[in-house]
Design a protein around this ligand. Structure first.
Ligand SMILES: [Zn+2]
Ligand SMILES: [Zn+2]
Length: 378
């Protein structure tokens, strides 16, 4: 299986944006095999600080790997969202200063807490507001993706890509599929094509000609080689969703006392891992870890080049609040993101690559490629 995935490449049927929380291992939740899903994770499954790595990674997955379903997966008792709610409610009483990347991550989620507070009314206590904020946050992430990525908007508008939300219940192990964002139709009219933080550094050239989704050819079937590889065509979004729903009850069957203990006592992961979103590198499986053991942060290329964003804040959350003392950055062979960055670098060698108006700067994904290039070759 490992060799097929290497020879034929990956063709994950779904991209999942989940939380880094050690109690929410995305592959286990859906009983997925290597090759099935492309997994992006940070603290709070958020794109509020979509400096490029989340939006860019997703553009890579739907553009180059041709996945047609994007699922934003929140979970109950999310420490990041609860933390953001707490900070938001505190701020109304006293000034709270922003000094760390984690503060930045949490204050980026303030809009989520604010909406949750409004929805629940003035009498609701912090716990209720925070529990609701978890759901609000799922749609907020979807809205952000629609708002700031032309490639994603184009995919959704043409029916090639479907973005939906879901909520994982830590105590029951059940996933509640929540469907599309209520704001989707409105957001498809958005004209912003890069996240604000990327716009600040990108000079020009906002066309997304590079990302072109394949039309049509999408017979629903599992992997030809027993596992989904590059040999397989993209799954229709509804078939991908079906695959996730079929896997979830199998995963739920396991150990509910363990799940309960993890909810009641909270998590204390021994290691934070920064890994690639690649569907062939499922971190918990690689290390044979149980839920609760690893805090998992993933994007395309296991990169933190956009240091101001969610990667650093998520790590600070893990080491600061959860007390983890080991951080492992895990690369993998044949990494599509690094191969892409290398290709871009070599293709542009000797050219004045930073010229305004060049298509090179056109998408969030290219931005990631470009920064990877800086990191590895300078
Ligand atoms: Zn969480
Ligand atoms: Zn990779």
């Amino acid at each position: 299986m490992r060799l097929e995935l290497l020879d034929q490449g990956q063709a994950p049927h779904t991209a999942v944006i989940g939380c880094a929380d050690s109690r929410a291992p995305v592959e286990s939740i859906f009983d997925a095999l290597p090759g099935d899903i492309f997994v992006l994770r940070n603290a709070g499954n958020t794109c509020t600080h979509a400096e490029g790595s989340m939006v860019g990674s997703l553009e890579f997955c739907i553009g180059k790997l041709k996945s047609r379903l994007v699922l934003v997966l929140g979970h109950t008792k999310c420490g990041a969202v609860y933390g953001a709610t707490k900070v938001h409610l505190q701020k109304k009483k006293e000034a709270v200063s922003t000094t760390t990347a984690l503060d930045g991550l949490l204050s980026g989620l303030a809009v989520v807490a604010e909406k949750a507070e409004y929805d629940m009314g003035p009498m609701a206590d912090e716990e209720f507001v925070a529990a609701h904020a978890v759901k609000v946050n799922v749609f907020h992430t979807i809205d952000y993706l629609l708002q700031y990525s032309q490639a994603i908007r184009d995919g959704v508008a043409s029916g090639d890509v479907e973005i939906q939300g879901a909520l994982y219940d830590l105590s029951t192990g059940v996933v509640d599929f929540m469907g599309r964002s209520p704001n989707q139709a409105e957001l498809l009219k958005s004209e912003v094509s890069l996240p604000p933080t990327v716009l600040q550094i990108s000079m020009s050239g906002l066309d997304t000609a590079i990302i072109r989704l394949d039309q049509g050819n999408s017979a629903a079937r599992s992997g030809k080689l027993g596992v989904r590889t590059g040999e397989d065509t993209a799954l229709e979004p509804e078939d991908a969703l079906k695959r996730l729903m079929e896997g979830e009850p199998r995963a739920t069957a396991t150990s509910s006392p363990m799940r309960k203990a993890l909810v009641k006592q909270g998590q204390a992961p021994h290691t934070a891992v920064v890994g690639c979103a690649d569907s062939r590198a499922p971190l918990e499986t690689l290390f044979d870890m149980m839920p609760g053991e690893l805090f998992v942060i993933r994007n395309a290329g296991n990169t933190a080049t956009h240091a101001e964003g969610s990667m650093v804040g998520s790590l600070e959350f893990c080491c600061g609040k959860l007390g983890s003392r080991l951080i492992l950055v895990l690369g993998h062979t044949q990494c599509g993101a690094i191969v892409g960055a290398t290709g871009t670098y070599l293709a542009n060698q000797g050219k004045p690559t930073m010229k305004p108006g060049e298509g090179y700067h056109s998408s969030g994904w290219n931005r990631v490629e470009q920064l990877n290039e800086t990191r590895f070759f300078r």
